[in-house]
Write a protein that binds this ligand. Sequence first.
Ligand SMILES: Nc1nc2c(c(=O)[nH]1)N[C@H]1C(S)=C(S)[C@@H](COP(=O)(O)O)O[C@H]1N2
Ligand SMILES: [Mo]
Length: 299
Amino acid sequence: MAHRWINDLTHDDVTPKALWLNRRQLIAGLTATGAAGLGGPVAAQGSLEPNTWEEITTYNNFYEFGTGKGDPVQNAPAMDTSGWQVTVDGLVDNPGTYDLMDLIGDLETEERIYRFRCVEAWSMVIPWNGFELADLLAKVGVQDGARYVAFETAVIPEVMPGVRRRVLDFPYVEGLRLDEAMHPLTIMATGIYGEPIPNQNGAPMRLVVPWKYGFKSIKSIVRISLVADQPPTSWNKANAREYGFYSNVNPNVDHPRWSQATERRIGGGIFSQRQDTLMFNGYDEVAGLYDGMDLTEFY
Ligand SMILES: Nc1nc2c(c(=O)[nH]1)N[C@H]1C(S)=C(S)[C@@H](COP(=O)(O)O)O[C@H]1N2
Ligand SMILES: [Mo]
């Protein structure tokens, strides 16, 4: 049961050796892993066959680029992600504004095939490429007193129609408790299917927290702050009654306007039927993070 995500959800089990996507390959956009392993292990509960590239990159939520599922693929390609910089600040040993590759270029990336569950009750399975957020945090040096990590998305009104229309209070902001951020399941994704992550999916770097509703997985990050107090989060600011800070996938706590007991798996064929939603999206190994907490109260 330990390391269940490795056994079920990465290609490591079905390929002779771990497939690493190194810095040069990331920059060059070469395919290190490709679509190998599509016939990988299928879990007992639902299908863990990844969604197609087409599904993952054309059905998106990225409100900066519009509220329609097809708006991000239409509008996000206009965002220039070259020369991307990320500011790291707050309670860290090495604060600063870094060129992205100076910050993450030496971190070991791997493939993680994760279930992805949107709060709107649809889901996918996505083969991310990325690195553990814990590795990045170790590099910048988390200081005593830091208890949360706050994240912020770029705001580029010229190419972001949703920002111009103020469909949310931008910049989009998110946060994790430090122990959630340090959990080995929590990654920063820089690729999908071994290709650099497309803009509509949050290029050049986005968070992925697979046991939480999708909106926690903030895209196109430009700031990471280590802070003492629980930071504000976009959907909680927009509607605190409907969206809490924790937002762990939980089939027993319904959204005020719809059930969370089941989900519609995006994709065609025989797998398109509704399936049961799993506690923590099936990632039971995180349960200990919430020992003693009433997850109805901390939703
Ligand atoms: N900056 C930003 N990050 C975001 C969002 C957004 O609107 N803006 N939408 C969130 C929601 S609701 C979901 S479900 C996922 C969707 O990720 P995907 O399009 O890669 O599937 O991104 C999350 N991250
Ligand atoms: Mo979502």
